[in-house]
Ligand binder design. Sequence first.
Ligand code: COA
Length: 386
Amino acid sequence: MSARVGIHDLAVATAAHVLDLGDLATAAGIDPAKYRVGLGQEQMSVPGPDEDVVTMAAAAAAPILARHGADGIRTLFFATESGIDQSKAAGVFVHRLLGLPASCRVVELKQACYSATAALQAAADMVARRPEDRVLVIASDIARYDLDSAAEATQGAGAVAMLVAADPAIAEVEAAAGVFTADVDDFWRPNDSATAVVDGKLSIGAYLDGMIGAWDDYRARGGVAIDAIDRFCHHQPFTKMAVKAHRRLGEHVGVDLGAESMAASTGYNRRIGNSYTASLYLALAALLDTDDDLAGRRVGMFSYGSGSVSELFTLVVAEGYRAHTRGAETEALLAARTPVDVARYRELHAAAASLGSHDDAEVAQESAGPFHFTGIAGRARQYRRA
Ligand code: COA
């Protein structure tokens, strides 16, 4: 890459409701410490009937457009595991809701929790070739597992939008990257299922193997040595997974990496839960919003998508990044969520799993967010801006 290219702005959205995992544990007769300490999770965001990956994605991207306008945005990449159609990209709905220009390509990318990283890399390469272009990358997901399953406590919902541009105000994406793919049946979601199928223990092992494979490839491709990386964000299906990953990477390279170099990255995921593609970028948002000593520092980013594809790459945080972060807005979003009890959460979970596309249906506006799913008409999903 000849010019500095990277993340010029980044904004977060989540769902309207929140479930305390202590309540979920108590209802299931499980020690709450298993979730809080064993998994590193406090809460999970729960979508209402009028929310999905489209509404969260539009809500995440709207403040970026308000700050920067749409000029130069000729590509929108929508990364998701929880797509809402087998054919049409969810980003096309977002394109309309945000009023983006018609002269824009829109496409959806899928590979479990990984695809936002592929989108970010493709966006950076596009901008390197045409520095006047800007690319909107949105990661948006709802993590849904079966009720009463071991994975139930690792659900959640969230979106992160990023504006990728030349001379970025937040962080440069460095050119070196390590990648690793292995065909593993650790997690997948069949076409006829609203919830993922998962072998949790296998997925933890596959994640750690993928990280080592990606790290070794990163080094072989000219990536910097471990002591040149100052902070780390690891994919967080639950935040304890990032702690395990950090420890394993340290063992592999023969260095004690210390918990403090990744601790700040877990703040949002502990409260939002798993958000699949968005999770790694929520980790980055938390790091940027809470660590005020990042200027010029290099951040190692590890992305894992079950199935499985892994990537390790680095960012260099821009001088002056603190003037562009959004910690207060994200705190306000989290605080504005409506608490639900276990009974209401189970109702919302069941309703989401049973919504089909055959019959016309109207969905009442329930959430206070800026965008709403309003129902099905002629088998097509309907959305509107509030
Ligand atoms: N107090 C504190 N910690 C406790 C505890 C208690 N009372 N009870 C259990 N724990 C700890 C366990 O020791 C374990 O920690 P460790 O892995 O560091 O040893 C952790 O809590 C989880 O307990 P475990 O019995 O392994 O949980 P589980 O088998 O019920 O399920 C997952 C955990 C992650 C496998 C499950 O939630 C899942 O499948 N999630 C979805 C898949 C996923 O997120 N994969 C990650 C890679 S992509």
